[in-house]
Design a protein around this ligand. Structure first.
Ligand SMILES: Nc1ncnc2c1ncn2[C@@H]1O[C@H](COP(=O)(O)OP(=O)(O)OP(=O)(O)O)[C@@H](O)[C@H]1O
Ligand SMILES: C[C@@](O)(CCO)CC(=O)[O-]
Ligand SMILES: [Mg+2]
Length: 426
């Protein structure tokens, strides 16, 4: 087969049902992938030694451009590249490389400097790309540069794992282009993945996406990138995952408060509180873990659907109050909770909080008429609702055996359905 000229990668966002923040401290959390809310990245081959990154979703309407020759390869120890690929150990994070990349990230703007300022979030997104490229470049590619287009139907910085799905797409595309993993054969869905072995492509993608999340968040737990990589619905403790089938059967409404926040700042805020009052905050994390563990017990208890729903609603309220006590609530989240409570529905913040999204359980007895009423009440106040199923495929790819026109990709309403031939890793 002739060498590939493009790859299209897709990875889902995620929703955390229980356990955010506590999971950063090693406690169990429950999360699932959001099949319909995904990031898509198109990688196209170049011949001129340039890396071009297009980030329209972050408000950048001109490309960022860097020559590959400008990257600080000397800061990447050879051993941390290939040898680590076959180990299950966490990859060491290269602070030195990240520091060296800072001025290079800004140089990528040189061509368009007069018309384009790049803000901190755009700089972070560019750093992620260059960090992964520099770490993984191993001269095993027939590509001499690339053009990368990123699009997404996920709200950015709203608690639904936009950073993780961006990280997973970049890690996957770069591992493929730079010759570290093969294109998968399988067209089967990977939702029942049994979290494949340590040298599998999925494992490698997840570990490099975790590195990318570190560039974005500082100290991520790894739950977001794991869910985005593997898909499905899981119970996650310190990097270990188990499938939770019952979670996928539940229905939720996701409401964006549209209040911007970033996960790094929220996680740092909780860290300050923890360092100041460990004897108070640690029991809060324990209590949050108790909620995740109760959820796992209840799901497997064989109770009737209405009993299950009642208990889940109690757990949702408890988890929300505990998150509020950590200081990651927001008045806009309280407002969404009030509105949904008027329709006898229970809600909690999801993700890092401080704004972002709210998760509402839609019990089986809630009619579509009632859902329409809640949504319209929320929309009237300027909130935005997303409905999507929990669980479903993790990362997937289309290779150059399928022709993909850039215009078609950029203008497509639903990339997942528009293109066929998605392949799944093992
Ligand atoms: N489509 C995208 N294009 C480029 N960068 C993106 C994209 N989506 C997310 N990012 C990167 O991720 C950052 C947002 O990450 P952040 O973790 O704060 O929010 P989130 O992942 O949406 O929420 P949470 O972590 O709570 O689930 C952005 O500032 C940007 O750097
Ligand atoms: C707040 C947090 O628990 C979830 C963000 O989606 C952070 C993390 O787990 O890395
Ligand atoms: Mg994130």
């Amino acid at each position: 087969m002739s060498s590939p000229t493009h790859y299209l990668i897709s990875a889902p966002g995620k929703v955390i049902l229980f356990g955010e923040h506590a999971v950063v401290y090693g406690k169990t959390a429950i999360a699932g992938s959001l099949d319909g809310l995904r990031t898509y990245v198109l990688f196209e081959k170049r011949e001129d030694g340039l890396l071009e990154l297009n980030l329209p979703k972050l408000g950048l309407h001109l490309p960022l451009l860097w020559p590959t020759s400008a990257l600080p390869y000397s800061k990447v120890a050879a051993v941390s590249k290939v040898a680590d690929n076959n180990s299950s150990q966490e990859l060491a994070f290269n602070e030195e490389l990240l520091k060296e990349l800072k001025p290079i990230v800004l140089d990528g703007n040189v061509k368009n400097k007069d018309i384009q300022e790049i803000n901190e979030f755009q700089q972070i997104a560019a750093s992620v790309f260059l960090y992964l490229y520099t770490s993984l470049e191993d001269k095993q590619t027939s590509w001499n540069g690339m053009t990368v287009h990123v699009i997404s139907n996920l709200p950015v910085g709203a608690g639904l794992g936009s950073s993780a799905s961006y990280s997973v797409c970049l890690a996957t595309g770069l591992l493929l282009v730079l010759g570290h993993i093969p294109i998968p054969n399988s067209n089967e869905g990977n939702t029942d993945s049994s979290f494949s072995g340590s040298s599998s492509p999925m494992n490698l993608i997840n570990r490099w996406a975790f590195q990318a999340e570190k560039v974005i968040h500082g100290t991520p737990s790894g739950i977001d990138n794991a869910v985005s990589t593997y898909g499905g619905a899981v119970s996650f403790t310190k990097g270990e995952m188990e499938n939770v089938i019952g979670f996928q059967l539940l229905r939720f409404l996701l409401t964006s408060t549209k209040v911007p926040r970033d996960t790094r700042a929220q996680v740092a805020k909780v860290r300050v509180l923890y360092d100041k009052y460990p004897h108070i905050v640690d029991p809060i994390f324990e209590a949050i873990e108790g909620i995740s563990l109760s959820f796992n017990e209840i799901v497997n208890s064989g109770a009737s659907q209405s009993e299950l729903n009642k208990k889940f609603e109690e757990l949702i309220d408890l988890n929300h109050y505990l998150l509020n006590s950590l200081g990651v609530g927001h008045s806009s989240i309280d407002r969404v909770r009030e509105i949904t409570a008027q329709h006898s529905l229970h809600s909690k913040l999801t993700g890092a909080g401080g704004g972002g999204c709210v998760l509402t359980l839609l019990r089986d007895d809630v009619t579509s008429d009632e859902i329409t009423k809640v949504k319209s009440a929320l929309a009237t106040l300027g909130f935005e609702c997303f409905e999507t199923q929990v669980g479903g495929n993790g990362v997937s790819v289309i290779d150059s055996s399928v022709t993909i026109s850039k215009q078609e990709f950029l203008s497509s309403e639903n990339v997942q359905q528009h293109f066929s031939g998605w392949k799944h890793f093992t």
